[in-house]
Write a protein that binds this ligand. Sequence first.
Ligand code: RB5
Length: 151
Amino acid sequence: MLVAVGSDHAGLDLKQEIIKLLAELKHDVSDYGTDTPLSVDYPDFGEKVAEAVSSGKAERGILICGTGIGMSIVANKFPNVRAALCNELFSAKMSRMHNDANILVLGGRIIGRDLGKEIVRTWIDTGFENARHTDRIKKISAIEKKIHEQK
Ligand code: RB5
């Protein structure tokens, strides 16, 4: 599948590792930056990845900043985006099984390289459970639609 990835300076090292892992797992990657350790603003990169997933250009996205909090806030502003901040494996698995999360967010200053890669591997490989969870996802979409119509 095509995975859009992006980070700020605090997530750059982990992002590079994740890009290598995704290639090993035979996924296509669109890298939206950042590309240097210079300090940048996470909304600029979160916006690009969230837009790619929101529009359907990419099937999934992965965003990394220092804590993952800023990127989560940005990504969840976009329609059709369900971004999940998962700095451990159980949440990563559940975010796919129960929430059908389409963007994974990581805290590059919280987790190490090996855990980060393990989280990505789990999140990429875990499917949505459907059944009772589908109706809940539909309710999220309905809320999104309602808010949009109010504008
Ligand atoms: C950058 O210093 C830091 O604020 C950013 O990476 C992120 O943690 C924001 O939520």
